[in-house]
Design a protein around this ligand. Sequence first.
Ligand code: GTP
Ligand code: MG
Length: 372
Amino acid sequence: RGEITLGEFAERLGVNSGELIKKLFLKGQMLTINSPVSYELAEELALDYDVLVEKEEEIELEFGEKFDLEINDKASDLVERPPVITIMGHVDHGKTSLLDAIRTTTVAEGEAGGITQKIGAYQIVKNGKKITFVDTPGHEAFTDMRARGAQVTDIAILVVAADDGVMPQTIEALAHAKAANVPILVAINKMDKPEANPMRVKQELMEHGLVSVEWGGDTEFVEVSAKQRINLDTLLDTILITAEILELKANPNKRAKGIVLESRLDPKVGPIADVLIQEGTLKIGDVIVAGETHGKVRALLNDKAERVERADLSQPVEIIGFNEVPSAGDVIYVIQNEQHAKRIVEEVAKERKIAEVSRRTISLESLSQELE
Ligand code: GTP
Ligand code: MG
């Protein structure tokens, strides 16, 4: 970023710097090898060589970097953490039922219209190892939640109903997982149905780049039935093996960092945020910020709605204590003290307002142009 020298510019252009200096001299500009080259000048010079110059994008700092909240870990600080597994797929293909079968719960039965409308996060223990699951909605209206689910995960499980095959949100979910660059496992569900056709699912997914291991590819396909509880152990074992290869680690002994999966305003207790802890350990009394809101952890509830004293690595937890409702997707950080937290949220609010005003100005400008 910033300006580069004539020498550096000549090198990038692949020409002798002397040649450029001479060219400029003839145009009446006295520059040396160390003179800075403005963007406009670079553009002009490059044209002679049929090269287009583009401005490098200003690198936008992440929230945490900007406020110096990211603390680098030493290798010796890192410990194994539970994998985060996001369940994705087309509506009604049995994502929630599969999680219910694994957890022996009945979440799906209680859902309005039998449709998942928010992200759910749960933890189980298998062979003494914790696994965190994130359930996403399959209805086409909830693209944002699928994207968010893919962004927080270590491994994506693509659920495809054996009777229905690959459908639009199967492909959309796959695209989110690919964009997040995470390993993908396929669970072919509803294998108990007489019309189940797992072969067709494998063929259809092959057209989207997922080739099953038995066909020489590297994608694990597990044929399951949530309803009949078929092959759930195989699915869990496959998850654990895949996770082991990833060697997932984080530092539990520092101020916590997490991501807001969902948030809401409870009329009795106030703002509630469902958060996935990604680093450190969150405790009661911690001062927290997320986007433009801050607060102090008053209570923590685990995925069984039990009060807990702290939330560990990869644990989903409900936080009560924010002053206002944070936005889903915001990163939450524990801050040293309340003054610092207030200063940070003021800064963020100011920045977001500026961004908002310039967005509006641009759209007003384009509008007035259209009207002309
Ligand atoms: P959304 O979250 O709304 O996208 O749906 P979902 O993928 O979570 O599907 P859900 O678990 O709500 O199940 C949809 C329907 O499929 C329900 O009627 C389930 O009982 C049924 N179902 C789920 N798994 C199986 C299965 O293995 N076999 C059979 N026969 N039916 C199943
Ligand atoms: Mg569901």
